[in-house]
Design a protein around this ligand. Structure first.
Ligand SMILES: [Zn+2]
Ligand SMILES: [Zn+2]
Length: 336
């Protein structure tokens, strides 16, 4: 068994204690502790993540890159691949609050017409009774816990706010309730088990995604995947399922990402000045990378799969790698 050094432990600790981190934030931490810019040291970065995953695999945890489907931002997080919902939400939430969360997730995800969002009113009106354990028990009213029946609107409001604060749910830019990044990280197998339609391009669950213009066709694609696919030269802008013309200019155009400087220490030492300089040059390189549609990182998902195959003789996940998708280029193209 290979040993992890303090640098690996610092990365793991950052992800565990602070929850999923934006790609930029995670790469900044990596640069600070290794002194190496991940954009120019991709091999080092990937080897480091592979090494971490080989160790995490023994306890069936996984460091994973994934996408916030509402804004297309990439995050890194550590997921427990065996825990049930109860243990993932921890001791912070009561069984009734967990049932409320699950009912909201089902309302958002399993109704294809919702496109990844429901209103506050819809969220507060979900039925906890449906979440009582076991289908057979649902028919028997006496088996529904009293705490579920008496869960009031004000308790629901309080739980909803906490779930948004803890990033299990999110408040979307248009004031609706959507999935939070922790749910995108943790619910991948739940999406599969519940036969949520996958994006035709990246094979991840299509929660917030575009429908084929042909109403009778079930093909869905994330708007960022759609743009990536259709802005390639020589690619016909038609639905890969039914052949209907599909113009990505009809798609929702993402808002400009808020210009966010990664958090920096207040120290004005030479070392921190160097880190700042590295961070800036990393950002510039990354923007350039996106313009060239070249992924910043090699396909992490693929690397993780090969890592898993080595350490555990188990069928690998069929998902596509998560990586930067050249959203900015697509955005500029629509304007130009
Ligand atoms: Zn996709
Ligand atoms: Zn179609």
């Amino acid at each position: 068994m290979s040993q992890l050094g303090w640098k690996h432990h610092t990365l793991i600790q950052a992800l565990l204690s602070r929850g999923p981190l934006k790609e930029m934030e995670f790469c900044t931490i990596f640069a600070e502790i290794t002194g190496k810019n991940p954009a120019t040291n991709k091999q080092l970065f990937n080897d480091c993540l592979l090494k971490i995953n080989k160790e995490l695999d023994f306890v069936q945890f996984e460091l994973r890159a994934f996408m916030d489907q509402y804004d297309g931002n990439i995050y890194y997080g550590i997921v427990n691949n065996v825990a049930d919902d109860q243990s993932k939400l921890g001791t912070k939430y009561s069984p009734a609050q967990i049932a409320f969360y699950k009912a909201i997730i089902e309302a958002i995800v399993l109704d294809g017409t919702k496109n990844g969002c429901i209103t506050n009113i819809e969220a507060l009106n979900v039925h906890l009774e449906d979440q009582a354990a076991g289908k057979a028990l649902q028919d028997n009213q006496s088996c529904i816990p009293a705490a579920f029946k008496s869960f009031s609107i004000s308790q629901k409001e309080k739980a909803l706010n906490q779930l948004i604060k803890d990033r299990w749910l999110s408040s979307t830019s248009d004031g609706l309730v959507g999935l939070g990044i922790r749910s995108f990280l943790d619910l991948r197998s739940w999406f599969r088990n519940n036969e949520v339609v996958s994006c035709e391009v990246c094979n991840e669950a299509a929660i917030k995604a575009e429908n084929c213009p042909n109403k009778g066709c079930s093909i869905r694609m994330h708007s960022y995947c759609l743009k990536k696919k259709f802005y390639q030269r020589k690619v016909a802008r038609i639905c890969p399922g039914c052949g209907t013309s599909w113009d990505p200019s009809d798609c929702f155009i993402e808002e400009e990402e808020a210009a966010e400087e990664p958090s920096q220490s207040n120290e004005t030492t030479e070392a921190s000045a160097k880190v700042k300089k590295r961070t800036r040059s990393y950002k510039i390189e990354r923007d350039a990378n996106e313009l060239n549609q070249a992924p910043l990182l090699p396909p992490l998902g693929k690397r993780l799969r090969s890592c898993k195959a080595e350490t555990r003789n188990k069928e690998p996940s069929s998902s596509s790698p998560v990586r930067p998708l050249g959203i900015q280029r697509a955005r500029r193209s629509t304007r130009g």
